[in-house]
Design a protein around this ligand. Structure first.
Ligand code: IVH
Length: 670
């Protein structure tokens, strides 16, 4: 495969994963099996392993957050509360370390702070001048719920800290949890200690929280500035000195072998602990290295969660239903007799796709082994053939779309030259009901138009009442009619109206993502928006049939272009875009102009000695500059590392582009 094809494949897999995260976390109704989900994740990890240069801000991490509840005041975290990427085996850890070395462009001896990953709910505590002034839940990672009073009922959380070396302004972060024994004593119907902790912590009345014995273990910080503390392990010790509880099993280890051995031992020992632990967290101990490595959009590059193996149980399939997704994918889901797996009641398991059903010969009535690991979607491992009814018949996968009756097909994958495992409805547009509903749900979602008051359930409701058929209908809602609906009061209607009005102003990249074109995820939408700059331009690319020109964009290839063309060839899709672009204020893409390097474009040639290209690129972007991969008139600086490409240097000289050594460039940044 060509380099650009690999990158495309990788980016596609990432977008796919993000899509399924949404189904799983936001809608609680996955459209693929855990198995399939894991395959996607696995492929991403494998690609990253094979091609260490592949990185994506959204490389897999299992725990996405949930939006904050409307019952609480919200508070924006000064520093985001991110999640951790997962490792399941030694290979994953080696890959993790390799990526670090690549990013730093050097091999160093790494020391890890190893911490049990307690399965609870994370919380952030803001102390100013030693006083606890704010306590929040994680929320969606960017904004949390203000639950200060509830947190204050936890005896492990100090209200006042008088140590002289306690920072004047700091967010302390840690896990709120309930001990296994205390959980057993609870009369509530929570499925597991984690749910119990979450439910209790988010009671409206703190007096209710106080009744339940919650615990708090501190493990990291959010906002915090210190020149003295240089290691995570030193920070943990300080936490202890300041009066916080820290985990008694924290330790420092150096090599991957040590990590793996400790994990093996801990995986068995964990059952003797007083609380649930779902893995170990490994953090690079040096805070200086942590700072250099920074974050992707979901998780730090300097930490990883090494999960313990999954739980499983047997149950019987009562039915197999077919879900139709936004891009027409037909996903079979097994409805099973509810079964408790590791404390969570599971009644659906994803069967991935038609091929998976054939391969495993899964039939209605079969007894199957279901696996569930952490937050991963439950999936079928195998069929217990001994229990199969002699009269059972093979499952017949529908060949027409269960929603609109259109023909379904398995597409030929342009990269692998194999037929897709996924069967799709050929109806690309809004005349397939299920696809249309999913498109609208996608349109309103957080990363798209972000229409807060209009949840997925509301979309379904409005659809069934014939209030919406197309995204543009959202901007023409009959609010009078809505205020007469059950469950809608004046306040909720005006909130809805407010959030819809708010969404009218939207940057081009979000809009492009929102209209839901297959293969155009958040990242690709950004790339295209950066290139086309305005909706007017974008429309003229479409109208003048110049979409091929987008192939110039690094990261956009045949798959995306093919998908864009197919999308806009559909008359309904096209008219939706036209109508929306008349209603909305789609803003041109503006670069952040605040940083030192704003309006400056850079290009690299040759190997850098102090850091990887990825780190260098992110450093430039952090300072509002941009990086390109081709020499053009807009290029301002060519940065030369070891063994530069002479042709590029010559070309740059001819165009009068300034040439900088790595050192000179770093000086630009101080
Ligand atoms: S560090 C950016 N340390 O795991 C760093 N997290 O998937 C992220 N967790 O939301 C947090 N024990 O709820 C960290 N020793 C530990 C942890 C830990 C449990 C949870 C936490 C977080 C989730 C990340």
């Amino acid at each position: 495969m060509k380099k650009s094809e690999i990158k495309k494949r990788y980016d596609n897999k990432i977008s796919e994963l993000k899509k399924h995260n949404k189904y799983y976390f936001e809608k609680s109704s996955p459209i693929i099996s855990d198995y399939e989900y894991d395959l996607i994740k696995r492929e991403i990890l494998d690609l990253e392993k094979k091609y260490p240069n592949l990185t994506n801000p959204s490389s897999p991490s299992d725990s996405l957050g949930y939006p904050p509840s409307k019952n609480f005041l919200k508070s924006k975290h000064r520093i985001k509360m991110l999640s951790l990427s997962n490792a399941f085996n030694k290979e994953d850890l080696e890959n993790f370390e390799k990526k670090i070395f690549n990013y730093l462009n050097q091999k160093t001896n790494i020391e890890y702070s190893v911490e049990p990953k307690i399965d609870g709910i994370s919380a952030s505590l803001t102390y100013k001048n030693g006083l606890l002034v704010l306590g929040t839940s994680r929320g969606d990672g960017a904004t949390g719920e203000v639950i200060t009073e509830n947190l204050k009922t936890i005896s492990d959380i100090p209200h006042k800290i008088t140590n002289r070396d306690f920072p004047k302004d700091i967010d302390i972060r840690g896990e709120v949890f309930i001990k296994k024994n205390d959980f057993k004593k609870l009369k509530n119907n929570f499925a597991n200690p984690r749910n119990a902790a979450s439910g209790t912590l988010r009671q409206k009345n703190p007096a209710e929280t106080k009744k339940i014995p919650l615990n708090f273990v501190a493990y990291t910080y959010g906002y915090f500035e210190s020149a003295e503390i240089k290691k995570q392990s030193d920070f943990l010790n300080s936490l202890k000195k300041w009066g916080f509880k820290i985990n008694e099993h924290n330790k420092i280890l150096k090599t991957i072998d040590d990590l793996v051995n400790f994990h093996k031992k801990f995986e068995n020992d964990r059952f003797d602990l007083e609380y649930d632990v779902d893995g170990l967290v490994y953090k690079i101990n040096s805070l200086e290295l942590q700072r250099r490595l920074g974050f992707t959009s979901n998780s730090p590059r300097w930490a990883i969660a090494h999960k313990f193996s999954a739980d499983s149980a047997y149950s019987q399939i009562t039915d197999i239903s077919i879900q139709v997704g936004r891009t027409g994918a037909l996903t079979p889901v097994a409805r099973i007799k509810p079964v408790n797996i590791g404390g969570v009641v599971v009644s659906n398991a994803t069967l991935h796709n038609e091929d998976e059903i054939i391969r495993k010969d899964i039939r209605i009535g079969d007894t199957v082994k279901i696996e569930r690991a952490g937050d991963v979607i439950p999936h079928v491992i195998h069929v217990d053939l001994k229990k199969r009814d002699k009269k059972s018949k093979k499952f017949e996968f529908p060949i027409t779309c269960p929603s609109c009756g259109s023909e379904t097909i398995k597409e030929l994958n342009r990269l692998t030259k194999k037929y897709d495992a996924v069967r799709r409805c050929t109806n690309e547009g809004y005349d397939c009901e299920k696809i249309a509903i999913e498109k609208i749900k996608h349109f309103i979602s957080k990363e798209a138009m972000n229409i807060d008051g209009l949840g997925k359930k509301v979309v379904e409701n409005f659809w069934s009442l014939n209030l919406i058929r197309f995204p543009q209908d959202i901007y023409n809602l009959d609010y009078k009619k809505i205020s007469n609906l059950e469950g809608w009061g004046n306040l909720s209607v005006s909130n809805l109206k407010y959030s819809i009005d708010q969404s009218k102003k939207v940057p081009l990249d979000r809009f492009l993502y929102a209209i839901g074109i297959r293969h155009i995820g958040v990242e690709n939408a950004k790339l295209i928006a950066e290139y086309t700059k305005s909706i007017k331009n974008l429309m003229s690319f479409i109208d003048k049939k110049k979409l091929n020109e987008l192939l110039n964009i690094d990261g956009i290839g045949d798959t995306q272009i093919h998908s864009l063309k197919k999308f806009f060839d559909n008359k309904l899709n096209y008219s939706v875009i036209k109508k929306l672009s008349n209603t909305l204020m789609i803003s041109d893409l503006k670069l952040n102009k605040k940083g030192k390097l704003s309006n400056n474009t850079f290009m690299f040639t040759g190997k850098l000695s102090d850091m990887s290209r990825a780190e260098a690129k992110s450093l430039i972007e952090k300072n509002s500059g941009s990086v390109t991969s081709s020499i053009n008139k807009k290029l301002k600086y060519l940065i030369i590392g070891e063994k530069p490409t002479n042709r590029k240097v010559e070309q740059a000289k001819q165009l009068g582009i300034k040439i900088l050594s790595e050192k000179q460039w770093l000086r630009l940044l101080d």
